[in-house]
Design a protein around this ligand. Structure first.
Ligand code: PHE
Length: 514
């Protein structure tokens, strides 16, 4: 039997866009735009998108399509030393989906309470005390929150039935889960422009803050967001494109995916900032305070608070959380599908539906830790490490693999052979030089910032680096060192798989000789 196929090109593109357009649209993009001075973030984001994101998306699309396997098998076929990189990517996916599903579970609960505007009067207290029943610190697990647990079960049942037949079922589901949130966002946009104050919100969103361009942290966040939003470095796009015909187009599909996804990001930014503008107008709170207030809290505290002020709050609250749900589900199942594809290539003992079941159950069990009352604290730590290190490391190693081991020019020829739009030589430079140098540089800077003693050393001995590593030591802090240790574990354990295979596997030529 041949490999499973998408039933149309549209099904593939919708699936790719569905994976790309996820909770990050509401949960990360506007938050980062707010944190780094709104307009100041969009510019680095767009540059990172064109210089790194799209070339890497092309890389992942072409690797999966040419090798016709999930991340482990494809990378291994590309170069025998890189099978472990696939394992690295898939372990990251596994961890990501474990907590991503929990955020969807929160959205699920909110969808149920939204018609009655359950959070009315105290959105913050409602989220932290009623829904999460959050414990006082990461060290106090406080037992499982059964309401979230139940919602998580529901989310996993939905996710399972979306992917149990691989591209067949995915293709059918994304015909709904991609257009629905776009349509609802458009409805919100219309609602937004009829609210007083929305223009101030848009102004903040669009005003460039040029000094942000000099802040390396903004760049790493922009790059991480581009990778995160395009679902790169998790094996997702490799798995999805492995269900395409070997002769299918690569460049056009990459551009379409990236551009449609960015349009959805910008659209949701308009909605979020427009509504924040309205809220600032209504409550007299400075807009900057609202926009930069909190991470996850933006979706679950600030936004619900704003919706509460609107006429028909119940309806719009409901629509908002349906947006979160539909955006989130197709991203979550893409991560599971990435793991499934990787596992299925390696064994024919189980059917696809069985693999999906096993992977789903394990990821669910892993996710239970996030349903405890310390869940949001743990989620914060794990998310920080996954999205700062795992993404960037895997992306970096992918560019090394293709740029230096397989050959960028060779890959460019593969892409050009099947694509209508031919790739110029610029792509080679991006994959061989710009991407690895940029990503490597940012990794080092981030690492310095992460380790307080190292950071201190740099500030004391090489003061000129303060512009790069920041003035204040311990940028990501406030957690006990064992928690930070878990964070590092999330990076180092999968990395060890990569290193093990990289150093023990012989290059192909030698394998043939022996
Ligand atoms: N792209 C998704 C988002 O923006 C997240 C995601 C990352 C999904 C990686 C799959 C793989 O929310």
């Amino acid at each position: 039997m041949g490999r499973k196929r998408w039933d149309s090109r549209l099904a593939f593109i919708l699936a790719a866009v569905g994976s790309a357009a996820g909770l990050g649209k509401i949960w990360r993009f506007p938050y980062l735009a707010g944190k780094y001075g709104a307009g100041g973030f969009i510019f680095p984001y767009l540059i990172a998108l064109f210089v790194l994101g799209v070339p890497l998306l092309m890389l992942e699309f072409s690797v999966g399509q040419k090798m016709q396997q999930g991340a482990i098998g494809s990378f291994e076929k590309l170069h025998s030393k890189f099978g472990g990189l696939g394992i690295f990517a898939l372990i990251s996916s596994f961890i990501l989906v474990a907590y991503y599903a929990v955020v969807i579970a929160w959205s699920f609960i909110y969808t149920l309470v939204s018609p009655k505007v359950g959070w009315s009067g105290d959105a913050q207290g409602y989220f932290f005390n009623n829904i999460l029943e959050v414990s006082e610190g990461i060290g106090v697990l406080g037992g499982i929150n059964w309401e979230i647990f139940a919602a998580l079960v529901a989310v996993w049942i939905i996710v399972y039935f979306c992917i149990w037949k691989g591209p067949d079922s995915v293709g059918k589901v994304v015909k709904w889960t991609v257009p629905i949130p776009i349509l609802l966002l458009l409805i919100f946009l219309i609602r937004t422009v009829t609210l007083p104050g929305f223009l101030q919100g848009w102004e903040l969103y669009l005003t460039p803050v040029w000094s942000a361009l000099l802040d390396p942290e903004v760049w790493i966040q922009a790059i991480a967001q581009v990778f995160f939003t395009l679902s790169l470095a998790f094996g997702v796009m490799v798995a999805y494109s492995s269900y395409k015909d070997e002769k299918a187009d690569v460049t056009k599909d990459s551009w379409i995916t990236a551009i449609v996804n960015s349009c959805i990001s910008l659209l949701s930014g308009f909605v979020v900032f427009g509504i924040l503008g309205y809220m600032a107008y209504q409550t007299g709170t400075p807009l900057k305070e609202l926009a930069g207030e909190s991470g996850v809290g933006l979706a679950f505290v600030v936004f619900p608070k704003a919706i509460e002020l609107m006429p028909l709050a119940g309806l719009f609250g409901f629509l908002f959380f349906v947006i979160l749900l539909t955006l989130g589900v197709d991203s979550a199942f893409s991560l599971v599908e990435a793991v499934n594809a990787g596992v299925q290539d390696k064994t024919d003992r189980w059917h696809a539906a069985q693999v999906a079941f096993i992977v789903g159950v394990i990821a669910f069990i892993l996710g239970i830790i996030f349903t405890t009352r310390a869940g949001i604290h743990i989620l914060d730590v794990v998310d920080h490490f996954i999205t700062t290190y795992n993404i960037v490391l895997v992306g970096f190693l992918e560019t090394i693999m293709v740029g230096w081991y397989y050959g960028a020019e060779k890959m460019r020829k593969v892409i050009n052979k099947v694509s209508d739009w031919h790739l110029g030589k610029w792509w080679n430079y991006s994959i061989k030089w710009v991407a690895p140098i940029g990503l490597g540089f940012l990794l080092i800077i981030n690492f310095i910032k992460e380790v307080p003693s190292l950071h201190k050393w740099f500030l004391a001995n090489l003061p000129w680096t303060s512009a790069l590593v920041g003035e204040s030591v311990g940028v990501y802090g406030g957690y006990p060192s064992w928690a930070i240790g878990i964070g590092w574990g999330v990076v180092v354990v999968p990395l060890l798989f990569f290193l093990y295979f990289f150093f023990t596997k012989k290059p192909e030529a030698e394998v043939v000789e022996s």
